[in-house]
Design a protein around this ligand. Structure first.
Ligand SMILES: [Zn+2]
Length: 422
């Protein structure tokens, strides 16, 4: 009876858990949301964007970006990050005052719609650019923020996905780029070998990150309303992000501010409105982990609307509830946590140890099982050495021929970081 009762309780818990936890939309192919053409209204001229209740056609989007640069030449310019597979432009508005002589002014980056059909963030970013630029000199918060921060805003990271049907509509938008690749699974993964070549959109985004020193960023998505902080490729139990406590505070501030304007948002996934990415669903090849790990930039994934392609007449109400949080998140760059080593991976795994580490010639690894090979990979995931342990313990690996750097030693699902010096 006791056993039957426990099974009953377990079944109930399972049902309860599945009712509580909505599957991560990133994990699945997008489901068409049956948007009819009435729900999506396009702006075919720049003037039709004035009320912000339409999506811009691709030419209108280009015109908006160019107009801001022309209208505010001392405040911003357009950066061309790169081009998509089909030759569309991946652009960013870079905001900094022309008298900017403070070399230590931190750089912030917003980017949206890496998934082409998640277009709420696209319009939010356009409106944020417009609001910041027009508010400079009159709104004390925006003025102060721009005077202290370099801000780059990329409204559309995957234009081929968004304008899949044609340049004049976002109806028919898809998640993928024109090679049908999910760009948010296509970044170099810190802990797994690459599955495919980096796509042109991501390649140019990586170059943009290399050319800058962004310290805080966010990548905007849709399909849920939840703030998703790193890591995506680990659960927090496996490897908690070194800034996890800070992220929770930042997410709470973002969600609370939004709920102040509309209490019904950020409730569809977690009651707190935020989660560590891997606790929701583990993914690999996402931009968030890439940016955190390889660029020491704190990046967060913002899932900002339950619907991926929001009816255009709902865009203004989303702006009302998100605008203050979006501006305040930029402010967070001035309160980053101290002494943070983002490129942190346990140098000792839970199941085996490596010593000495850092090492010059050889590393000693143990305990190891005879049936489980040790695999040494470089930081890009390429396998360099595979060693099958013998019954002679511990196992010694010669790494004297390797250039100095960071390597990852994998063994039976556990990983340890190995630092080679000299
Ligand atoms: Zn997404």
């Amino acid at each position: 009876m006791k056993k039957i009762l426990s099974i009953f309780i377990l079944l109930h818990l399972a049902v309860f858990a599945s009712a509580q936890l909505k599957p991560r939309p990133d994990a699945f192919p997008s489901v068409p949301e049956n948007l009819d053409s009435k729900a999506v209204t396009m702006a075919t001229t720049i003037d039709e964007m004035a009320s912000w209740d339409r999506y811009p056609t691709y030419p209108v989007y280009l015109e908006m970006m160019q107009r801001w640069a022309t209208e505010f030449p001392t405040l911003c310019h357009v950066d061309t990050i790169g081009t998509s597979v089909q030759g569309r432009l991946i652009l960013s508005i870079y905001i900094q005052t022309q008298t900017d002589d403070d070399l230590y002014r931190p750089e912030f980056f917003y980017s949206s719609t890496i998934h082409g059909d998640e277009v709420t963030g696209y319009v939010m970013m356009l409106r944020l650019i417009d609001t910041l630029l027009h508010g400079y000199g009159s709104n004390p918060q925006y003025t102060s923020l721009i005077n202290r921060t370099r801000i780059s805003i990329n409204p559309l990271a995957n234009p081929d996905g968004t304008y899949r049907q044609n340049n004049n509509t976002v109806l028919g938008a898809v998640r993928y780029n024109a090679h049908n690749i999910d760009l948010n699974r296509n970044y170099p993964d810190p802990f797994l070998p690459a599955k495919s070549a980096v796509e042109p959109e991501n390649d140019s985004m990586i170059a943009y990150f290399n050319a800058h020193h962004f310290r805080l960023s966010a990548n905007l998505h849709g399909g849920a309303e939840v703030m998703n902080y790193p890591w995506d490729c680990f659960t927090s139990q496996q490897n908690s992000h070194p800034a996890a406590d800070w992220w929770k505070e930042v997410c709470t501030r973002f969600v609370d501010t939004s709920r102040h304007y509309n209490a019904n948002h950020f409730v569809d996934t977690y009651s707190s409105g935020y989660t560590a990415g891997g606790d929701w669903y583990v993914i690999h090849g996402g931009r968030q982990d890439y940016v955190n790990y390889y660029h020491n930039c704190l990046e967060l994934t913002m899932e900002i609307s339950s619907q991926k392609t929001l009816s255009s007449n709902r865009l203004p109400s989303y702006w009302e509830f998100l605008q203050h949080s979006l501006v305040n998140y930029i402010e967070e760059i001035h309160s980053l946590p101290d002494n943070l080593s983002i490129s942190q991976h346990p140098s000792q795994s839970s199941s085996f140890s490596v010593y000495p580490n850092p090492a010059i010639d050889c590393i000693t690894v143990g305990p190891t099982s005879q049936n489980t090979p040790l695999e040494l990979r470089d930081i890009n995931g390429r396998t360099l050495q595979v060693v099958k342990p013998t019954n002679k313990q511990p196992t010694i690996l010669d790494i004297s021929h390797l250039p100095a750097g960071i390597y990852l030693l994998h063994c039976g699902g556990a990983t340890a970081k190995v630092v080679k010096v000299q």
